[in-house]
Ligand binder design. Sequence first.
Ligand SMILES: [Zn+2]
Length: 128
Amino acid sequence: MGITVIPVSSRGYSGKAYQVNNQSVIEYDQTEFLLRQRFTIAHELGHHVLSHTDNGHQFRDEANKFSFNISIPEETQANKFAAELLAPEIAIKHFVFKEKINSLTQLAELFSVSTVVMKYRLTNLGLL
Ligand SMILES: [Zn+2]
């Protein structure tokens, strides 16, 4: 997608999404644990794909922005985008129904997401 992805270290936020000279940029904190880094990048990608960063809007995301209970619409949408990207419905259904995997922890490991993200996906898909 031509997005510039920049690892940064301990700047007080997990991720940032913005445009500069029509170039989409994602920053993520490379010092955070790996699952968080993956979710952060997917979340910031969501801000770009969903056109949140148009017209000079910037998103600076601290850990609290990744809560599925957050009431800011753009953050809710970016979290949903990230969860769906990292744990696609068709793949979850394959493992649950064809491979008969019913452990939340095991499913989370298969998709390299946290159990919080996997629980959110399973609930949204009506599987939990
Ligand atoms: Zn955000």
